[in-house]
Design a protein around this ligand. Structure first.
Ligand code: ADP
Length: 591
């Protein structure tokens, strides 16, 4: 993981989110499939139970019919008149019945709707023997009727008079009509239902009404056996011996007649039904997952793009290309980082450029000064060698003195600037209550004694002292720097107007010259360390770009501000604003 790129880590993150979603979705699909199967099984069971009622109702109807018919025969005393009995039987024969017969208690057919059936003996049949043994009504298993010779089910009812078995009504079902009697609707498109008799033979199967004898027999190991023993069986899976398909369904015992009802559906049908919506769900899920994955990759690429850019620019800068920038724009954290990074690079570039300019200008300035001093010294040496009096070149000593003063002022500025930078703008100041007007007057004295074409005018807008809490030496340095700059950058001379005013709770001083001015593009950088607006220009009077930097730091340390207004070629006005303080104890006021 440590050595992996952020891109790969993001991809893993995306997968961490997507994989559980896929697992959940797959589990959901299986769960819904199981639910669909359960639903189908439940529907099958309900269907089978409703069939159960249908069948019992139907048999009850037949037993009732038999009872009414048998009772009529007994009541009208037609027991010895088979012809009349037959006319009664034919009159009531229900259209779903194949035949209806009156059988004597010993099992001989006395009268029947079937011609020539008289005399047929049913006494050896199990269902008949049960009636003989006292059972009131019953239903045979699927059998070949001795009366009709047809495969049928016989519905029998013993007819009693004062507890004595008078005869037995036997009705043969029309097997072909079973479908119309029972099919009240199917559980599924290809679902089927049916009845199985006590022997495990299919009495009726809706899927194929004309079954062969062999097909009718359920295998001995099938679930039907358990259902015949009275268990309700619900199965999700069994092999049908009729269709050879995998089926699911229910087997419900029918205790009144000892049969079993079954309702089955091919598993393939459930799969077909569920597969359609499952496939649709899978398809939708795959599309959504693919779109999410694609969007996640796009977003991660979008997120990583600035990171890559940052990395690229950082490498360029580390290799010395200080002009490289990320140019990332936007409002998010990375865009902000990019912008801060660009600002940082900008600052490094400026400092680097400043450092270069400083080295160049400082070297240039120092060389000029040293050359001047050296020239004067050479002159003095020549005068001494030729025995000429030194008083003739007294003025040269003065010049040398000034040059050395300038040199020491330059060195002071450099030391001061480095100290400010090291102490991050914090200056150690000696605060006192001082009158700003006096400080400015004192700063003017050495300037006015300088040989200059400039004429300094002091315009006092207030006659009152302007008390400030300040390090008077530092404040004097600031104004001395501003005054000497005014002279330095006014090669043609002109008035330098110094205005001192009280504005609200502050003192506002402006120093206005009519010199070369400052080009507009330099105005907001003029207070930066080493920044010089006229560097390498023909009108550059020389300097190292530290004076205003130090001035600003001093003014800021006094809670004030300094700014400049200038028009190139017309002159500049520097403004200094310092908060005023009222001296609480005049004895500590240092004038
Ligand atoms: P230096 O004068 O040694 O270069 P400063 O920090 O005093 O350094 O001034 C910075 C720059 O501001 C100067 O190089 C000059 O270009 C410009 N500047 C300062 N004062 C004036 C002025 N009064 N008129 C025109 N330009 C000025």
């Amino acid at each position: 993981m440590k050595n992996m790129s952020i891109r790969h880590k993001l991809y893993i993150l995306i997968l961490i989110v997507l994989v559980p979603l896929c697992i959940l979705q797959t589990m959901g699909i299986f769960y819904r499939y199981e639910k669909a199967v359960d639903k189908k099984l439940f529907a099958n069971r309900e269907f089978a139970e409703s069939l159960n009622l249908n069948v019992i109702n139907y048999f009850n109807l037949l037993w009732e019919l038999e009872f009414v018919t048998g009772s009529t025969i007994i009541a009208e005393d037609h027991l010895h008149d088979p012809d009349h009995m037959e006319s009664i039987l034919k009159a009531v024969q229900y259209r779903y019945l194949e035949d209806l017969s009156w059988v004597s208690p010993d099992g001989t057919v006395i009268a029947s709707t079937v011609p020539h059936a008289r005399g047929t003996h049913l006494g050896d049949q199990e269902f008949f023997q049960q009636i003989q043994q006292g059972q009131e009504k019953g239903v045979s298993d699927l059998m070949v009727s001795q009366i009709t010779g047809q495969q049928t089910i016989l519905v029998v009812r013993g007819m009693y008079q004062q507890g004595r078995l008078m005869g037995v009504m036997v009705a043969g079902l029309k097997m072909r009509t079973l479908d119309s009697i029972f099919s009240s609707g199917r559980v599924a498109k290809t679902g089927a239902f049916g009845f199985v008799d006590r022997q495990g033979k299919i009495v009726y199967y809706s899927g194929k009404p004309d079954l062969t004898i062999a097909e009718r027999q359920f295998p001995s190991d099938s679930l039907i056996r358990r259902a015949l023993q009275g268990d309700v069986i619900l199965t999700r899976h069994f092999q049908s011996h009729l269709t050879l398909e995998k089926q699911m369904g229910v087997f419900i015992p029918l205790p009144e007649v000892g049969w079993v009802i079954f309702a089955t559906v091919p598993v393939a049908e459930i799969i077909d039904e569920t597969i359609t919506f499952t496939l649709r769900e899978i398809l939708i899920f795959v599309i959504i997952a693919a779109i999410s994955f694609w969007a996640a990759i796009k977003i991660s690429n979008h997120i990583l793009q600035p990171v890559g850019k940052l990395q690229q620019v950082a490498i360029s800068i580390s290799q010395g290309d200080l002009s490289a920038r990320t140019k990332i724009r936007g409002n998010d954290e990375l865009a902000m980082t990019g912008m801060i990074f660009d600002q940082m690079a900008e600052r490094i570039q400026r400092l680097e450029t400043g450092r270069e300019i400083f080295l160049q200008t400082a070297a240039h300035e120092l060389r000029n000064l040293m050359a001047g001093v050296k020239g004067i010294l050479a002159l003095i040496r020549r005068k001494i060698a030729t025995g000429k009096p030194l008083h003739q070149i007294e003025d040269k000593f003065e010049v040398m003195e000034k040059e050395i003063d300038r040199l020491s002022s330059l060195l002071n500025q450099i030391l001061e600037a480095f100290r400010i930078q090291r102490e991050e703008g914090l200056l150690s100041l000696n605060f006192q209550y001082v009158n700003l007007v006096e400080i400015i007057r004192s700063a003017l004295i050495p300037i006015q004694s300088m040989v200059s074409q400039c004429n300094f005018i002091l315009d006092l807008k207030t006659q009152k002292p302007l008390w400030i809490l300040a390090d008077n030496q530092r404040i004097e340095d600031v104004f001395r720097n501003l005054f000497s700059n005014a002279i330095k950058y006014s090669p043609n001379g002109g008035d330098v107007m110094i205005t001192i005013a009280k504005v609200e709770d502050s003192a506002l001083v402006s120093v206005k010259d009519v010199g070369i001015g400052i080009p507009a593009e330099h105005l907001n950088r003029i207070f930066e360390c080493f920044h010089r607006a006229h560097h390498l220009k023909s009108n550059d009077p020389g300097g190292i770009g530290l004076g205003l930097y130090i001035c600003e730091k001093i003014i800021l340390s006094h809670g004030g501000t300094i700014w400049v207004e200038s028009v190139e070629g017309k002159g500049s006005t520097f403004f200094v604003q310092i908060p005023l303080h009222v001296a609480e104890d005049p004895s500590i006021v240092n004038l």
